[in-house]
Design a binder for this molecule. Sequence first.
Ligand code: MG
Ligand code: MG
Length: 277
Amino acid sequence: MFSRDRIEYKTPDEVRKMRASGLALAEILAEVKGAVVAGATTADLDAVARAAMLRLRVTPNFLNYHGFPGVLCTSVNDEVVHGIPGARELAPGDVVKVDGGCILDGWHSDSAFTVVIPGGNAARQAAHEKLSELTRLSMWHGIAAVHGHGRLNDIGCAIEDFIVSQVGDKYGIVDGLVGHGIGRSLHQPPEVVNFRTRQSGPKLKAGLVIAIEPMVIDGSPETVTLEDEWTIVSTDGGFASHWEHTVAVTPDGVWVLTEPDGGEAELAKLGVPVSAL
Ligand code: MG
Ligand code: MG
């Protein structure tokens, strides 16, 4: 499960550069979030991100990645991740996942959020908001688990334990897609799985920077890739949520590079301090 490929540990100065990239991405994604409304197309969201990236003088890292045509991945309802922005018009009740990334000064960042557009069927709306909120909180439990400087799979254990504690096995945690190391490139070792594994993985040492990104389906965790060779959907049609932050292991704990407050507010709720550099 845990490859022995070399991990790129960052110096404190490099982590601070990644923080600048993360803050730019947070600003970009906040603008996109404001544009996730009924009647907008997923291409409109991509256009908002492109304009913000130009203004902030950062480079998109998804665009042309293995030929990907957008600067964002936009995935709706049963689409889990890697949806291509296009003419699809968002509707009340849609569950919209936006995943974006950028490069500043050579350093990559990667973050994602879910929005449930208001105005859908009330019962379904509540169920989808619960799915999104529990997925978001599972991400924060995973991030909080970094603070202890334990082992990499502490993150997956925390995510799985939280989801199971809330809904038993009603939700499926996607296991074919994982978080990852990040730095001078978008995807690096190690893989960051969202569930408990037999091996505990490498130690969480200062300088490790990873994207923590649980993907959770209200249904079976099975997924399949569509004919566009990008969009990954749930096999049983269950709706999905995806949340992601780029997170640094620091000498005294953890720092969330793609959250404006470094993760302070959310981690405080879990009794964990933020250790910014
Ligand atoms: Mg991402
Ligand atoms: Mg990622």
